[in-house]
Design a binder for this molecule. Sequence first.
Ligand code: NAD
Ligand code: TDX
Length: 360
Amino acid sequence: MQKFSKNLIRSFPSRIKKGVINMNHLLITGGAGFIGANFARYVYESHPEVQIVVLDKLTYAGNRANLTDILGDRVKLVVGDICDAPLVDRLVSKADAIVHFAAESHNDKALVNPWPFIQTNIVGTYTLIQAATKYHKRFHHVSTDEVYGDLPLSEHGSGDEGKFTPTSPYQPSSPYSASKASSDMLVRAWTRSFGLQATISNCSNNYGPYQHIEKFIPRQITNILSGRRPKLYGTGNNVRDWIHTNDHSAAIWDILTKGRIGEAYLIGANGEMSNKAVLEMILQLMGQPQDAYDVVRDRPGHDLRYAIDASKLRTELGWRPQYTNFEAGLQDTIEWYTSHRSWWETSKAQVEQTYARHNQ
Ligand code: NAD
Ligand code: TDX
């Protein structure tokens, strides 16, 4: 039996040239979650001709409140599961394009119970691409840089040992990233074998408003706001490449409207920082001593470093990040959580109890 060569696994054919596709009716899956809601708000504000249907299951991570003020004539929320084939078929048939955010997204949860990740991220994506193929609909798949595994750390905790590029091999190291890599592979295969009109984006770590408080930055901000001590995993030397979620939204819009079918674009804003450095910046901005945090159990298999080379997106589509001052973006994010206590306060104790059960 013939084995897949590395090149075959990496290749994602660009057989179909740029096309002008009507984008007036967008189906956004996972649009009640962090990045999906920010994207829906971005499109709502910057493209008034676009009608939006959000399909979201409202899992623990989804929140109707993320959309309440824009719901109305132009934005509808359908509460449902992307694995529900008849529902997906009906919604896809009515859309011009689908932007697929819906996923189980938290690494720590995947390490405790991977099953929902397999179901939503793999079976859900399969269900959507079957319908998008059937109705010849433009499909954009939102993915992560974690599909490429991790990069080595330098002696200083951050370094220049290369970055992820569109030709980096797929080497996912966690249950979450393996499920996202699987979904990417399905999209690539459907594009090649069935002519699915798809693009993929692989983005680095997002920050900004509406991010669930289980994630690193909002967890630490809300820990301080609620009188708890921030929690740093292991050495804190692990590096993430931070991008403001609005820059991610703009990049997705550019790829959706100008990207080449059959291409994968990496999204990142040169925002590499160690977790310890990010935490120290949060502590300083919130007027806390630099050492006012606890070191807790490290994440099993913890990826060391992510870093994105986004030159394809920049040169081909002209995208540029607008939020280039991380400290200013972090300050805005701190202010958002400070002025939206009711958005997170009710779930805080339960999120922390779950972490405490795993000594995190
Ligand atoms: P999130 O967990 O905040 O939101 C996910 C949303 O999907 C929620 O609203 C949830 O209710 C919904 N959902 C989950 N299962 C569903 C199902 N079966 N059917 C319908 N809806 C369902 O996640 P996020 O951080 O906003 O991430 C969104 C997407 O972006 C994901 O695909 C993720 O892999 C990708 N991504 C995230 C980051 C990041 O830094 N957060 C970076 C790169 C890529
Ligand atoms: O309390 C914490 N302390 C800590 O040190 C938490 C929650 C995390 N961490 C570390 C682990 C990571 O190195 O901070 C880093 C960021 O952690 P997360 O916010 O959980 O993000 P990460 O695991 O890097 O994955 C995120 O970026 C890629 C998103 O959750 C994914 O959905 C996305 O694909």
